[in-house]
Design a protein around this ligand. Structure first.
Ligand SMILES: [Zn+2]
Length: 402
């Protein structure tokens, strides 16, 4: 029974270890064993291959695959004015389905096997369509039912959406939160999440005291993934750490759109669980290799230093912890979902390395990804380019008219 990936250079993440000539046994979609001399009905030869846990993208708006590079030269304010607010008026469920499918496939192509999809859900039908796109793509997802800017969440719709979750798609709530709505609304949405057992994922703008405001109301807890937060004072970050909540930083996008000084050493310095997020392919690349390099490049500017092993952990098991998923994914621990990436270690940009972890973080790219498994199932390429191209053109026309 099962599948064995044989004779790989295995990199595990908790802790980061390099295991040459090692087999990974998968059974019933889970990691069954990591070692040598393992056997199974199906054997995949992984000689000259690196096998590691799938990457976890802790913040991404998947539908924005339809507006790729739309905001490449825009500031955050211009992105909101020229893309996000108009898009909220014209996005249809069909847009969300094909855009989310495209985004999910793009994740898998670079070895991202789990994504926190911060979606946009003005109606139940939008959420239903986006979740359909996620399921067709095959990527594992925490789907954030997104609060629109111009209308409140409809609690009954969120309750219906709970019925759409299961298998590789879990439901979360993605409200506007304390930086973008008043605290009475925040209290209602947090209570809705609590009553349904949903994690909260929420954008945070810095230069305020959102954590103090949440804590005063008993709303700061471990079931939250905060996004960005550049510029939060030290005391606010300490509150996040004390609560056991996670933070998703998006170093490439934050640098590109000017969110503020890099965060990686500040969050980790206070013991905050820190994951990496793409955020939006309207302005930056959507692969985890780019994101890991942006993290390394920005670390010095955030007041400290990180190693490639630290960055790999943020891209896998620490990101999973920041998303509340560390008991299920992020490492090769026996019993976790068999979400795996197989890289060709003999490609010219990786061969002969003296440090495989550093090579993955500093030198690898999506072209090195040979196979990707989600729950032990190998993800196959899907030909959707024509449909994505048509949908992207249609959405651009409607955005210009909005
Ligand atoms: Zn975002």
């Amino acid at each position: 029974m099962g599948v064995v990936l044989r004779n790989a250079l295995v990199i595990d993440t908790d802790p980061v270890v390099i295991l040459p000539g090692t087999d990974v046994l998968v059974s019933d979609g889970r990691i069954a064993a990591v070692g040598q001399g393992l056997t199974a009905k199906t054997v995949i030869d992984c000689t000259d291959r690196i096998v590691l846990p799938g990457f976890v993208d802790t913040h991404r708006h998947l539908w924005q695959g339809l507006v790729r590079s739309f905001c490449a030269d825009m500031s955050l304010g211009e992105y909101l004015e020229h893309l996000l607010w108009p898009a909220q008026r014209v996005l249809t469920p069909d847009d969300l389905e094909i855009g989310t499918l495209a985004g999910g496939l793009e994740c898998l192509a670079s070895g991202i096997t789990t994504v926190l999809d911060y979606s946009f859900s003005p109606t139940f039908e939008h959420a239903e369509a986006a979740i359909s796109g996620l399921r067709t793509s095959g990527v594992r997802a925490l789907f954030g039912y997104g609060e629109p800017v111009e209308a409140p969440l409809v609690p009954d719709d969120v309750r219906r959406a709970v019925g759409l979750a299961g298998g590789t798609v879990e439901l979360a709530l993605a409200p506007l939160g304390p930086s973008f709505s008043d605290m009475a609304v925040v209290e209602e949405t947090w209570e809705l999440a609590r009553s349904l057992g949903l994690r909260v994922m929420v954008h945070i703008a810095g230069h305020e005291q959102p954590m103090s405001a949440l804590r005063e109301r008993g709303l700061l807890h471990s079931e939250i993934t905060f996004v960005h937060g550049n510029g939060l004072p030290d005391d606010e970050l300490k509150l996040v750490a004390e609560a056991g909540a996670g933070v998703s930083i998006a170093p490439a996008l934050e640098a590109r759109m000017g969110h503020g000084a890099p965060m990686v050493c500040r969050t980790r310095g206070f013991g905050v669980l820190t994951g990496l997020g793409t955020d939006t392919v309207t302005a930056v690349a959507g692969d985890m290799f780019s994101l890991m390099r942006a993290t390394l490049a920005s670390a010095f500017l955030s007041g400290g230093q990180v190693t490639p092993a630290d960055v790999l952990r943020m891209a896998t098991v620490e990101g999973a912890a920041a998303a509340g998923l560390a008991d299920r994914i992020g490492s090769l621990a026996v019993g976790k979902h068999a979400d795996l990436v197989v890289l060709r270690a003999n490609d010219i940009n990786l061969v002969g390395t003296h440090d495989p972890v550093a090579a993955v973080v500093t030198a690898a790219h999506p072209g090195n990804v040979e196979k990707v498994f989600v729950g032990g199932v190998e993800m196959r390429r899907q030909e959707v380019a024509g449909a994505v191209r048509d949908a992207a053109a249609s959405l651009a026309d409607r955005l210009r008219a909005a």
